[in-house]
Design a protein around this ligand. Structure first.
Ligand code: GDP
Ligand code: GDP
Length: 493
């Protein structure tokens, strides 16, 4: 039985199919240091930003512009941060006033950021006043940034009251740094941007597909198969309930919809997630609870059905212990990577450390460090700190899982890889070119996980050092951190 209420939706516009020139423009405004640049960077992800000077007086003012991607939404985003920092004098009023002609006029929407930690400052009120006077046609959303900290719930509530008084409607709590609140931002923007696009003349937005080769990758839209693993009592079930929220669709054996290894299915930002049943994972070594019914073999098979493995750790235990990961946890993390799965580490029960910034700091430092030590071959495995019990961290966790999944699905065009290869070959001091094989050609043979073949001249294999360099460059240049990529070597005579 589905608990999902059938909701009547207005027409949804497909932003992925529209010419970027026609996309609506959202400007990020706010006093300095509220996090405009951080939000800008998050919205454009690894896309390129265009930096340009606004024509005007003697002061060089940089405005960054990029194409934002938020779920299936696309819009043009402008970061006004450069305007303020580059201005040499004048109050925020005169500085922001300088934006009028050049930038605000091009925007249909604004995200007005405030810093939830500072509460409303006089400068925030000035920005608000100015927006009301000079940007009347611009629909404005107030975002309380830096809301990610666990011990600031009281603060957030207080700030929401203040922010509401700005007169731009209900504020949303976000964290540009962790991604918290991006779902809420999407929910607010979606109908606004839909309305905007749908009121454009019909044939204007029926343009050809402008997505690039790389983005035109259907695989990443397939359902994500997720396994949640960890020792007993770390909070796996609680986390699962948090992730499912009200969207839970239980897939009972009687439904016969899916194989019995799929325990639940839910939606997040238009994406389907299947939960792979991992009963038995690490329960065997655990003493406290759970029938050790499933064999390890069965569990391993289920792990193989997962695309991404979420390994849950107990943050409170880590705060007290010397090393952050127990042996069983190290084993499973390694196994996930060896099996070519994406791995996301979730440190739970952070609420129990509330108020103790020393311990919080210790945990936040120790876990990524230890992961790196036990899995040296994969750098940048994401670590998310949450409180499943309080329902906090859902969006951050989901975004990490999805990001990992998308990287795991990535397919890079051969032409692009070989342009990259030529650059890399010149960057590295290959030890002894006379005896070293040369990489002639590089291609991706499969995705999920990304697997590459390096074609070498001569019979010899690359040295470990060179191989590490190649792997590292590939990861850095294509943003594949945290993903168990594979490179095979083939000789060509
Ligand atoms: P801007 O001047 O408005 O563009 O602000 P920046 O994006 O440069 O951010 C100012 C400072 O706030 C930087 O040190 C950021 O790292 C920090 N910051 C931005 N967003 C967040 C957030 O969500 N949480 C926290 N804790 N810090 C943030
Ligand atoms: P599982 O065995 O890994 O599925 O763990 P459970 O989800 O059953 O949680 C074990 C215990 O830890 C329960 O008493 C939960 O209420 C508690 N718990 C789970 N998550 C959190 C959390 O984020 N904070 C706190 N304080 N307790 C939690």
């Amino acid at each position: 039985r589905s608990k999902k209420k059938p909701q009547k939706r207005k027409a949804r516009f497909d932003f992925t199919k529209v010419d970027v020139a026609l996309l609506p423009t959202v400007i990020l405004v706010g006093r300095p240091n509220v996090g405009k640049s951080a939000l800008f960077n998050r919205l454009i992800r690894r896309r390129e930003a265009l930096v340009y000077n606004t024509p005007g007086d003697h002061v060089t003012r940089d405005v960054r512009e990029g194409i934002a991607k938020l779920g299936d939404l696309r819009f043009r985003v402008l970061d006004s941060a450069g305007l303020e920092t580059a201005a040499t004098s004048g109050s925020i009023l005169s500085r922001t006033a300088e934006m009028t002609e050049n930038v605000i006029a091009r925007s249909q929407f604004a995200i007005f950021l405030i810093d939830v930690r500072d509460g409303l400052q006089p400068l925030d009120l000035e920005v608000g006043k100015w927006l009301r006077r000079h940007a009347q046609g611009v629909r404005t959303i107030v975002a309380m940034n830096k809301s990610e900290s666990l011990d600031e719930r009281g603060l957030i509530t207080a700030a929401a009251g203040e922010a509401y008084a700005l007169g731009f409607g209900d504020p949303i709590a976000i964290s540009a740094e962790t991604g918290l609140g991006m779902a809420e931002l999407y929910e607010i923007l979606r109908p606004m941007l839909d309305d905007y696009m749908l009121q454009l003349p019909k044939n204007e937005h029926n343009q050809e597909d402008t997505t690039s080769e790389e983005e035109n990758n259907e695989e990443r839209k397939l359902p994500l198969q997720l396994a949640i693993v960890g020792r007993p009592n770390v909070g796996k079930s609680t986390l699962l309930n948090t992730l499912l929220q009200e969207e839970r669709v239980l897939v009972g054996p009687e439904a016969g919809l899916t194989r019995d290894s799929i325990r639940a299915q839910f939606q997040f930002e238009n994406r389907t997630v299947y939960l792979v049943d991992t009963a038995g994972w690490l329960q065997r070594s655990g003493q406290e609870k759970g029938p050790a019914s499933l064999s390890v073999v069965q569990s391993r098979k289920n792990l193989m059905r997962a695309h991404v493995v979420a390994l849950v750790l107990d943050g409170e235990e880590i705060a007290k212990a010397k090393s952050s990961m127990k042996h069983a946890e190290v084993v499973i993390a390694r196994q996930a990577i060896e099996e070519g799965r994406g791995l996301v580490v979730i440190v739970n029960k952070m609420d129990l450390l509330r108020g103790n910034s020393l311990l919080i700091g210790k945990v936040m430092e120790a876990v990524p460090k230890e992961i790196q030590t036990v899995i040296p071959q994969v750098t940048g495995i994401p670590v998310v700190f949450v409180s499943a019990l309080e329902g906090r961290g859902r969006v951050a966790v989901m975004h990490q899982l999805i990001d990992t999944y998308e990287k795991w699905c990535l397919r890079l065009p051969t032409a692009r890889l070989n342009r990259w290869l030529r650059k890399v070959m010149s960057r590295h001091s290959w030890k002894d070119l006379a005896t070293q094989p040369k990489v002639k050609y590089f291609t991706q043979v499969k995705a999920r996980p990304p697997t590459f073949v390096a074609f070498l001249s001569g019979k010899a294999q690359l040295s470990d050092t060179d191989m590490r360099f190649l792997t590292k460059s590939l990861k850095e240049d294509f943003n594949l951190g945290g993903i168990p990529i594979r490179i095979m070597q083939r000789s060509i005579p």
